[in-house]
Design a protein around this ligand. Structure first.
Ligand code: FES
Length: 201
């Protein structure tokens, strides 16, 4: 079933690219893809402040940017970009979402989730673009997933953010969560290295 979804995904993608080439020619294709690259991570910054147990999560974008994320803020199937409070730097960007607890399966670290909340690094392991939350059907994926718009990598949020499609070489690291005074907080740091690594691994 999953194999069929992945085949369908690539078929859809091929059709889109073919249509773009037919309409504008190969030379224009590069220009048309430029907007996808505009959210690429700033390069050259290696270090980051480690996330510690008890660091409260705040909204990274939107009108509530900087405000703490309360448990009551996010219903099932909602997601947002977040930062650990006081450590708002690109390599600490988090994709936080909420789902039914029964949906999470290994290799998701179930003990890293809390009350249906789950969080992964929002930095794609391919080339460092920001991944996006898709709670609805997109292409042939009819279940919630994370999508990287730069080169169309797809990550399975219910199975440890494993890679379902695209060039990303490995899953997104997961962040352990806890609840502190009604606010979502980290229970420690990510369980793996952030973003692309030397050698493309
Ligand atoms: S940077 Fe995400 S797929 Fe390339």
């Amino acid at each position: 079933m999953a194999d069929k979804k992945i085949r369908d995904f690539y078929t859809t993608r091929r059709k889109i690219l073919k249509g773009m080439l037919g309409a504008a020619g190969a030379g224009a294709l590069g220009c048309m893809l430029v907007p996808f690259g505009t959210i690429k991570a700033p390069s050259g910054k290696k270090g980051r402040q480690k996330i510690a147990k008890g660091d409260r999560l705040v909204y990274a974008v939107g009108p509530n940017a900087g405000k703490e994320i309360k448990v009551s803020d996010l219903a099932i199937n909602k997601g947002t970009l977040a930062f650990p409070k006081g450590k708002e730097e690109h390599n600490n960007l988090i994709l936080l979402f909420r789902a039914k607890e029964s949906e999470f399966q290994k290799p998701t670290k179930i003990n890293y989730t809390v009350d249906g909340f789950c969080a992964y690094s929002a930095i794609c392991t391919h080339m460092g673009c920001t991944v996006e939350w898709y709670p609805e059907k997109q292409f042939s994926f009819d279940f919630p997933h994370l999508f990287c718009p730069c080169h169309q990598s797809v990550f399975d949020v219910f199975h440890g953010a494993k890679v379902l499609a695209g060039p990303a070489p490995r899953p997104l690291p997961q962040l352990p969560l806890m609840i502190s005074g009604g606010v979502i907080a980290a229970a420690g740091d990510f369980d793996g290295p952030i973003g692309p690594q030397p050698g493309g691994k």
